[in-house]
Design a protein around this ligand. Structure first.
Ligand SMILES: Nc1ncnc2c1ncn2[C@@H]1O[C@H](COP(=O)(O)OP(=O)(O)OP(=O)(O)O)[C@@H](O)[C@H]1O
Length: 271
Protein backbone atom coordinates (compact mmCIF):
# COMPACT_ATOMS: atom_id res chain seq x y z
CA UNK A 1 0.00 0.00 0.00
CA UNK A 2 1.29 3.45 -0.83
CA UNK A 3 1.77 5.94 1.96
CA UNK A 4 0.57 9.47 1.51
CA UNK A 5 2.17 12.68 2.66
CA UNK A 6 0.00 15.40 4.16
CA UNK A 7 -0.17 16.96 0.72
CA UNK A 8 -1.44 13.67 -0.67
CA UNK A 9 1.67 13.02 -2.71
CA UNK A 10 2.11 9.28 -3.33
CA UNK A 11 5.35 7.81 -1.97
CA UNK A 12 7.33 4.88 -3.23
CA UNK A 13 7.21 1.50 -1.52
CA UNK A 14 10.95 1.64 -0.98
CA UNK A 15 12.58 0.68 2.31
CA UNK A 16 14.45 3.91 1.94
CA UNK A 17 15.00 6.52 -0.70
CA UNK A 18 17.56 9.34 -0.76
CA UNK A 19 16.89 11.94 -3.42
CA UNK A 20 19.71 14.44 -3.87
CA UNK A 21 20.33 14.47 -0.12
CA UNK A 22 23.12 16.63 1.31
CA UNK A 23 24.11 17.37 4.88
CA UNK A 24 25.95 20.50 5.91
CA UNK A 25 27.64 20.98 9.28
CA UNK A 26 29.35 24.32 10.02
CA UNK A 27 31.23 25.14 6.83
CA UNK A 28 31.51 21.51 5.75
CA UNK A 29 29.32 19.39 3.47
CA UNK A 30 29.50 15.92 5.03
CA UNK A 31 27.12 14.17 2.63
CA UNK A 32 26.87 15.35 -0.97
CA UNK A 33 23.96 14.77 -3.35
CA UNK A 34 23.17 11.22 -2.27
CA UNK A 35 20.76 9.35 -4.57
CA UNK A 36 20.02 5.83 -3.42
CA UNK A 37 17.04 3.50 -3.07
CA UNK A 38 16.64 0.25 -1.18
CA UNK A 39 13.71 -1.72 -2.52
CA UNK A 40 11.79 -4.32 -0.48
CA UNK A 41 13.60 -7.67 -0.19
CA UNK A 42 16.97 -6.05 -0.89
CA UNK A 43 19.90 -6.30 1.52
CA UNK A 44 22.65 -3.73 1.10
CA UNK A 45 26.19 -3.26 2.32
CA UNK A 46 27.86 0.14 2.58
CA UNK A 47 31.61 0.10 2.25
CA UNK A 48 33.77 3.11 3.00
CA UNK A 49 37.00 4.23 4.60
CA UNK A 50 37.19 6.17 7.87
CA UNK A 51 35.42 9.50 7.63
CA UNK A 52 33.54 8.62 4.42
CA UNK A 53 30.21 9.56 6.01
CA UNK A 54 28.78 6.08 6.74
CA UNK A 55 27.72 6.75 10.33
CA UNK A 56 26.29 10.11 9.30
CA UNK A 57 24.13 8.37 6.69
CA UNK A 58 22.94 5.82 9.24
CA UNK A 59 22.07 8.54 11.73
CA UNK A 60 20.02 10.19 9.03
CA UNK A 61 18.14 6.98 8.23
CA UNK A 62 17.46 6.56 11.96
CA UNK A 63 16.04 10.09 12.17
CA UNK A 64 18.84 11.48 14.35
CA UNK A 65 19.96 13.87 11.61
CA UNK A 66 17.93 15.57 8.92
CA UNK A 67 18.99 16.40 5.39
CA UNK A 68 20.05 20.00 4.85
CA UNK A 69 18.76 19.68 1.29
CA UNK A 70 17.07 16.92 -0.68
CA UNK A 71 14.32 14.44 0.14
CA UNK A 72 14.58 11.41 2.40
CA UNK A 73 11.97 8.71 2.75
CA UNK A 74 12.36 5.81 5.19
CA UNK A 75 9.91 2.90 5.55
CA UNK A 76 7.24 4.72 3.58
CA UNK A 77 7.49 8.00 5.50
CA UNK A 78 8.83 11.25 4.14
CA UNK A 79 11.01 13.24 6.53
CA UNK A 80 9.07 16.29 7.55
CA UNK A 81 5.80 14.34 7.55
CA UNK A 82 6.54 11.41 9.86
CA UNK A 83 6.87 10.83 13.57
CA UNK A 84 10.55 10.12 14.17
CA UNK A 85 9.96 8.17 17.45
CA UNK A 86 7.52 5.92 15.58
CA UNK A 87 10.03 5.45 12.79
CA UNK A 88 12.92 4.56 15.08
CA UNK A 89 10.84 1.86 16.76
CA UNK A 90 10.64 0.13 13.36
CA UNK A 91 14.41 0.17 12.85
CA UNK A 92 16.85 -2.15 14.62
CA UNK A 93 20.32 -0.74 15.23
CA UNK A 94 23.37 -2.80 16.13
CA UNK A 95 26.57 -0.96 16.86
CA UNK A 96 29.44 -1.39 19.27
CA UNK A 97 28.92 2.26 20.25
CA UNK A 98 25.49 1.36 21.67
CA UNK A 99 27.09 -1.22 23.96
CA UNK A 100 28.60 1.53 26.12
CA UNK A 101 25.10 2.65 27.10
CA UNK A 102 23.91 -0.70 28.39
CA UNK A 103 23.88 -1.51 32.09
CA UNK A 104 26.68 -4.02 32.69
CA UNK A 105 24.92 -5.73 35.63
CA UNK A 106 21.73 -6.49 33.67
CA UNK A 107 20.85 -10.05 32.79
CA UNK A 108 21.36 -10.85 29.14
CA UNK A 109 17.73 -11.92 28.51
CA UNK A 110 16.49 -8.64 30.01
CA UNK A 111 18.76 -6.67 27.71
CA UNK A 112 17.26 -8.57 24.78
CA UNK A 113 13.75 -7.89 26.11
CA UNK A 114 14.50 -4.15 26.42
CA UNK A 115 14.65 -4.08 22.61
CA UNK A 116 10.87 -4.44 22.58
CA UNK A 117 10.54 -1.15 24.44
CA UNK A 118 13.49 0.58 22.70
CA UNK A 119 14.89 1.39 26.14
CA UNK A 120 18.27 1.07 27.81
CA UNK A 121 17.28 -0.93 30.89
CA UNK A 122 13.81 -2.29 31.59
CA UNK A 123 11.29 0.19 32.96
CA UNK A 124 8.06 -1.11 31.44
CA UNK A 125 6.02 -3.95 32.88
CA UNK A 126 6.62 -7.12 30.97
CA UNK A 127 5.03 -10.55 30.97
CA UNK A 128 6.66 -13.95 31.46
CA UNK A 129 5.66 -14.67 27.87
CA UNK A 130 7.66 -11.65 26.66
CA UNK A 131 10.67 -12.73 28.72
CA UNK A 132 10.40 -16.24 27.26
CA UNK A 133 10.23 -14.74 23.79
CA UNK A 134 13.49 -12.86 24.49
CA UNK A 135 15.12 -16.14 25.54
CA UNK A 136 13.84 -17.88 22.42
CA UNK A 137 15.21 -15.16 20.14
CA UNK A 138 18.57 -15.35 21.90
CA UNK A 139 18.59 -19.15 21.60
CA UNK A 140 17.65 -18.97 17.92
CA UNK A 141 20.66 -16.70 17.45
CA UNK A 142 22.89 -19.37 19.03
CA UNK A 143 23.06 -17.64 22.41
CA UNK A 144 21.23 -20.15 24.63
CA UNK A 145 24.26 -20.56 26.87
CA UNK A 146 24.24 -16.82 27.61
CA UNK A 147 20.85 -16.89 29.35
CA UNK A 148 21.20 -16.13 33.05
CA UNK A 149 24.55 -14.35 32.66
CA UNK A 150 25.13 -10.68 33.27
CA UNK A 151 26.19 -8.56 30.35
CA UNK A 152 29.51 -7.57 31.91
CA UNK A 153 30.91 -11.10 31.85
CA UNK A 154 30.32 -11.60 28.11
CA UNK A 155 33.01 -11.55 25.45
CA UNK A 156 32.80 -8.94 22.71
CA UNK A 157 31.43 -11.50 20.24
CA UNK A 158 28.75 -12.58 22.72
CA UNK A 159 27.83 -8.96 23.36
CA UNK A 160 27.31 -8.34 19.68
CA UNK A 161 25.10 -11.43 19.47
CA UNK A 162 23.01 -10.03 22.34
CA UNK A 163 22.77 -6.70 20.53
CA UNK A 164 21.44 -8.39 17.41
CA UNK A 165 18.92 -10.41 19.44
CA UNK A 166 17.88 -7.17 21.19
CA UNK A 167 17.31 -5.49 17.83
CA UNK A 168 15.31 -8.50 16.55
CA UNK A 169 13.08 -8.43 19.64
CA UNK A 170 11.34 -5.37 18.21
CA UNK A 171 10.65 -7.21 14.92
CA UNK A 172 12.24 -4.40 12.93
CA UNK A 173 11.47 -3.76 9.27
CA UNK A 174 15.01 -2.51 8.74
CA UNK A 175 18.03 -3.86 10.61
CA UNK A 176 21.16 -1.70 10.55
CA UNK A 177 24.40 -3.45 11.40
CA UNK A 178 27.02 -0.76 11.88
CA UNK A 179 30.46 -2.39 11.75
CA UNK A 180 29.19 -5.29 13.91
CA UNK A 181 32.48 -7.19 13.64
CA UNK A 182 34.54 -4.47 15.32
CA UNK A 183 36.85 -6.00 17.90
CA UNK A 184 35.98 -9.61 17.06
CA UNK A 185 38.57 -12.31 16.47
CA UNK A 186 38.44 -14.40 13.29
CA UNK A 187 36.17 -17.11 14.68
CA UNK A 188 33.83 -14.77 16.52
CA UNK A 189 33.55 -12.68 13.36
CA UNK A 190 32.68 -15.62 11.15
CA UNK A 191 30.22 -16.95 13.71
CA UNK A 192 28.49 -13.55 13.86
CA UNK A 193 28.40 -13.28 10.08
CA UNK A 194 26.79 -16.72 9.87
CA UNK A 195 24.08 -15.50 12.25
CA UNK A 196 23.48 -12.48 10.07
CA UNK A 197 23.17 -14.75 7.03
CA UNK A 198 20.57 -16.80 8.94
CA UNK A 199 18.53 -13.67 9.62
CA UNK A 200 18.67 -12.86 5.91
CA UNK A 201 17.25 -16.34 5.21
CA UNK A 202 14.26 -15.93 7.52
CA UNK A 203 10.91 -15.75 5.69
CA UNK A 204 10.05 -12.40 7.29
CA UNK A 205 13.56 -11.07 7.44
CA UNK A 206 13.95 -7.33 7.90
CA UNK A 207 15.80 -5.48 5.16
CA UNK A 208 19.46 -5.63 6.16
CA UNK A 209 21.88 -2.73 5.93
CA UNK A 210 25.42 -3.74 6.77
CA UNK A 211 28.20 -1.20 7.15
CA UNK A 212 31.82 -2.19 7.05
CA UNK A 213 35.35 -1.22 6.10
CA UNK A 214 36.14 -4.70 4.80
CA UNK A 215 35.03 -6.48 1.62
CA UNK A 216 35.63 -9.89 3.20
CA UNK A 217 32.77 -9.24 5.63
CA UNK A 218 30.23 -8.83 2.84
CA UNK A 219 28.35 -12.13 2.96
CA UNK A 220 26.60 -13.39 -0.18
CA UNK A 221 23.26 -12.26 1.29
CA UNK A 222 24.40 -8.71 0.54
CA UNK A 223 23.67 -8.68 -3.15
CA UNK A 224 23.88 -4.90 -3.38
CA UNK A 225 26.75 -2.66 -2.43
CA UNK A 226 27.18 1.09 -2.09
CA UNK A 227 30.71 2.50 -2.07
CA UNK A 228 30.84 5.75 -0.13
CA UNK A 229 33.81 8.07 -0.47
CA UNK A 230 34.27 11.60 0.87
CA UNK A 231 30.54 11.94 1.52
CA UNK A 232 29.57 10.92 -2.01
CA UNK A 233 28.26 7.78 -3.63
CA UNK A 234 31.29 6.50 -5.50
CA UNK A 235 29.38 3.57 -6.97
CA UNK A 236 26.32 1.50 -6.15
CA UNK A 237 24.66 -1.57 -7.59
CA UNK A 238 24.90 -5.35 -7.74
CA UNK A 239 27.87 -6.72 -5.81
CA UNK A 240 29.20 -8.62 -8.83
CA UNK A 241 29.46 -5.33 -10.73
CA UNK A 242 30.82 -3.31 -7.81
CA UNK A 243 33.32 -5.62 -6.11
CA UNK A 244 35.70 -5.88 -9.04
CA UNK A 245 39.45 -5.36 -8.81
CA UNK A 246 39.25 -2.30 -11.03
CA UNK A 247 36.45 -0.61 -9.12
CA UNK A 248 37.99 -1.29 -5.75
CA UNK A 249 41.42 -0.10 -6.91
CA UNK A 250 39.83 3.17 -8.05
CA UNK A 251 37.82 3.40 -4.85
CA UNK A 252 40.72 2.82 -2.50
CA UNK A 253 43.26 4.46 -4.82
CA UNK A 254 45.50 1.46 -4.33
CA UNK A 255 46.10 -1.77 -6.23
CA UNK A 256 43.53 -4.34 -5.11
CA UNK A 257 43.37 -8.04 -5.81
CA UNK A 258 40.17 -9.71 -4.69
CA UNK A 259 39.92 -13.46 -4.20
CA UNK A 260 36.84 -15.63 -3.89
CA UNK A 261 37.19 -17.47 -0.61
CA UNK A 262 35.55 -20.80 0.08
CA UNK A 263 32.15 -20.00 1.53
CA UNK A 264 32.73 -22.55 4.30
CA UNK A 265 34.22 -20.02 6.65
CA UNK A 266 36.67 -21.24 9.27
CA UNK A 267 34.76 -22.75 12.16
CA UNK A 268 35.99 -23.98 15.47
CA UNK A 269 35.40 -27.68 15.92
CA UNK A 270 33.06 -26.91 18.82
CA UNK A 271 30.83 -24.60 16.73
N1 LIG B 1 28.60 17.29 13.69
C1 LIG B 1 29.67 17.30 12.88
N2 LIG B 1 30.30 18.45 12.62
C2 LIG B 1 31.37 18.49 11.79
N3 LIG B 1 31.88 17.40 11.19
C3 LIG B 1 31.30 16.22 11.42
C4 LIG B 1 30.15 16.09 12.27
N4 LIG B 1 29.77 14.80 12.29
C5 LIG B 1 30.65 14.14 11.50
N5 LIG B 1 31.55 15.00 10.98
C6 LIG B 1 32.64 14.65 10.03
O1 LIG B 1 32.05 14.05 8.91
C7 LIG B 1 32.90 13.03 8.38
C8 LIG B 1 32.13 11.73 8.27
O2 LIG B 1 31.94 11.19 9.57
P1 LIG B 1 31.30 9.75 9.79
O3 LIG B 1 31.38 9.46 11.26
O4 LIG B 1 29.97 9.71 9.17
O5 LIG B 1 32.31 8.81 8.98
P2 LIG B 1 32.38 7.21 8.92
O6 LIG B 1 32.40 6.84 7.48
O7 LIG B 1 31.32 6.62 9.75
O8 LIG B 1 33.80 6.95 9.57
P3 LIG B 1 34.33 5.70 10.46
O9 LIG B 1 34.48 4.55 9.53
O10 LIG B 1 35.65 6.20 10.95
O11 LIG B 1 33.35 5.46 11.57
C9 LIG B 1 34.10 12.95 9.32
O12 LIG B 1 35.17 13.68 8.75
C10 LIG B 1 33.61 13.63 10.59
O13 LIG B 1 34.66 14.28 11.27
Amino acid sequence: MYSLTKEGEGLSQAILSFKDVSLQRSDRTILKHIDWTIKPKENWAILGLNGAGKTTMLKMIHGDLWPTTGQLEVLGGLFGHISIPELTRRIGWVSTALQDWLHPGDLVEKIVLSGKFASIGLYERYTQQELDQAKTILSDMGGAKLIGKTYMVLSQGERQLVMIARAMMAQPELLILDEPCNGLDLFARESLLQRVAKIADMPNSPALLFVSHYTEELMPCFQNVLLLKNGQVFQKGKRKDILTNNNLANFYEAPIQTAQIDEDYPQKQSD
